[in-house]
Design a protein around this ligand. Structure first.
Ligand code: ADP
Ligand code: ADP
Length: 220
């Protein structure tokens, strides 16, 4: 999916190749841990893989097709349909219930409301939140909030899930549960996932570990 990707930032007069020939493939149903120190380029990698940023070199494949040469609109359409994002902080809409937060991206993609509600309820129930559908984010525990964020990220059935320190704000037990949720979901729906984390114990529970070294992805 990432083939020899280069991403360069200008910093003052200098330019830094944060990614300098990064390549990686994640299979359907596979959850890969991305482990690297702060500043190594994890967020950059996830943004390039998820078509939020364009690389300065190389190719990014999604759904079996190259994306770098596509226009912004086409890239946005692919991103909305095929990629889900989860961040360290859940970014749920505070005034809306768990259910509504998961309904929203489906409505934006044009699904009928009744259908979207049905799918959201099904998904949240599957993730163990069946009794929390009408709770607002502030009425949920940290782990529950993050599981709602995961449900929202996969509501439109993406093929790729990108998670940037999704448990950076959670205690170890809750974090383990969130990781388990990600793995269960990936297996069940053939979703490919990359999860950036600093937590080596949790990374050890995933299928595979990679790290960024001098802008290149290597097995960890
Ligand atoms: P990580 O997520 O691993 O902490 P990032 O991908 O956020 O790392 O950043 C990697 C490096 O690229 C850092 O040195 C950061 O300062 C630099 N960087 C990230 N985004 C930009 C940008 N938009 N402009 C300039 N430098 C950037
Ligand atoms: P945790 O130990 O996982 O952090 P909490 O102690 O925060 O969980 O919450 C325990 C349960 O109580 C959670 O399932 C959550 O849904 C519910 N809960 C927490 N705060 C509220 C609230 N303000 N209103 C309604 N339910 C809440």
């Amino acid at each position: 999916m990432l083939d020899n990707v280069v991403r360069r930032y200008r910093q003052g007069d200098a330019s830094v190749d944060v990614l300098n020939g990064a390549s990686a493939t994640v299979e359907a149903g596979e959850v890969v841990a991305l482990i690297a120190p702060s500043g190594a380029g994890k967020s950059t990698l996830l943004h390039v893989a998820g078509l939020l940023e364009r690389p300065d070199g190389g190719e990014v494949w999604l759904d079996g097709r190259p994306t770098v040469g596509l226009g912004d609109d086409a890239r946005t359409a692919i991103r909305r349909g095929r990629v889900g994002f989860v961040y360290q902080f859940h970014h749920l809409l505070p005034e809306f219930s768990a259910l509504e937060n998961v309904v929203m991206p489906q409505i934006i993609r044009g699904l009928a409301k009744a259908e979207a509600r049905e799918r959201a309820a099904e998904l949240l129930t599957y993730l163990g939140l069946g009794a929390r559908l009408s709770h607002r984010p502030a009425e949920l525990s940290g782990g529950e909030q993050q599981r709602v964020a995961i449900a929202r990220a996969v509501a439109n059935a993406p093929r790729l899930l990108l998670a940037d320190e999704p448990t950076g704000n959670l205690d170890p037990t809750t974090s383990a549960h969130v990781f388990q949720t990600l793995t269960t979901l990936a297996r069940a729906s053939g979703l490919a996932a990359i999860v950036a984390t600093h937590n080596l114990d949790l990374a050890a529970t995933l299928d595979r570990r990679i790290t960024l070294r001098d802008g290149v992805l290597v097995d960890a």
